[in-house]
Design a protein around this ligand. Structure first.
Ligand code: PHE
Length: 342
């Protein structure tokens, strides 16, 4: 038995040394030390040996198993080196460019929020944020949208169960929070996430981003609103952008307006994107309603000002001619990589 074992060791070592690749090597190892291998088969005869012989043959068999494993390891390393040498010999070209490492980048929305902040900081505005989980008072009541007011239906609200909270439907509650904690003169811009009970499609998402602007002082008027918005949107979208103010309704402003901008696709000539009008609807704005002033303890006889609120995805879609809002949330690198980064 001892002789047979030694013979087996020798044949195995020769076979291992001759293996031409990892698959072959693995096959050879299995054919000797596997459950149905030659070594196992040989050891079946162990039970017929005397106790004394068992004490010698047993450990020898284990030793052979270990040795073969070491041989397999060695051959595997050799094969790797051979493969590497073969590659680096004939066609290794040290002048070829390496693989460019993939580096992280800011999401276009994050990046755009930074641009909004830079733009408004340069206009002497402060930046503020508010909670995404809001109470009814800040999201509606203080904004001149009392209970049962039909305007509450204008935005489909996501309410929390059993507690009097909701996911804010716009960034306007941050106006209220800011006015509660700051005295005029006020200049603030508030970017953040908002939520609405909308089904997802190419232009709707139950979560999106807005930025809110608010300026309050004793003489702040529509000319300031027009000036600030023109400067900011030209910087954020396109230097040649023209703005058009159209009268509209929001409960928290009076007068209320919507701002259209010249279509970036056709430069105002009319195309399918702007439905041949040359204009694209951009944001809502107006002069802060006296009731809103009163709700934060400001005297509307003494103070006045403007507010505006714009959708960030919408703005980016117009700026970069993106036709599906879902692209912002799928995080496909092929989409994300197309945005300029500094
Ligand atoms: N909060 C409004 C909306 O989400 C936008 C808006 C803000 C309008 C401020 C007027 C003034 O649609």
């Amino acid at each position: 038995m001892k002789v047979k074992l030694e013979e087996l060791r020798a044949t195995a070592i020769t076979a291992i040394a001759a293996a031409k690749n990892d698959d072959e090597l693995y096959e050879i190892e299995r054919s000797f030390t596997g459950r149905k291998g030659q070594l196992t088969a040989l050891l079946k005869g162990l039970k017929d040996l005397s106790n004394e012989d068992k004490r010698i043959v047993g450990p020898l068999a284990n030793k052979i198993k270990d040795d073969l494993q070491i041989e397999v390891g060695k051959r595997s390393a050799e094969l790797k080196k051979e493969a590497f040498d073969a590659m680096s010999g004939a066609f290794f070209d040290a002048s070829l460019p390496g693989n460019r490492p993939v580096v992280g980048r800011l999401h276009p929305i994050t990046k755009f929020i930074q641009e909004i902040e830079d733009t408004f900081l340069s206009l002497n505005f402060d930046i503020a944020e508010g909670p995404e989980v809001e109470d009814d008072y800040h999201n509606f009541t203080a904004l001149n949208i009392p209970e049962d007011h039909p305007a509450r239906d204008m935005q489909d609200t996501l309410w929390a169960k059993n507690i009097p909270y909701l996911l804010r439907t716009h960034t306007s509650p941050v106006q209220i929070r800011y006015m509660e904690s700051h005295k005029p003169p006020i200049r603030v811009v508030c970017p953040g996430r908002v939520y609405r009970k909308d089904d997802v499609d190419a232009t709707h998402s139950p979560m999106f981003h807005q930025f809110e602007g608010l300026m309050i002082d004793k003489t702040t008027n529509l000319a300031h609103l027009k000036g600030i918005l023109t400067v900011a949107l030209r910087r954020l979208i396109h230097p040649d952008l023209e703005l058009r103010f159209r009268s509209s309704y929001f409960p928290f402003v009076e007068p209320g307006m919507e701002v259209d901008v010249t279509c970036v696709m056709c430069n105002g000539d009319g195309c399918h994107v702007c439905k041949r009008s040359g204009w694209i609807e951009m944001l809502g704005c107006g002069m802060v309603h006296p009731n809103v002033m009163k709700s934060v303890g400001l005297d509307p006889q003494e103070y006045q000002g403007f507010a505006f609120g714009a959708g960030i995805e919408r703005l980016l879609m117009i700026k970069f001619q993106i036709n599906d809002i879902r692209l912002f949330f799928e995080n496909d690198p092929r989409f994300l990589e197309q945005f300029p980064q500094i």
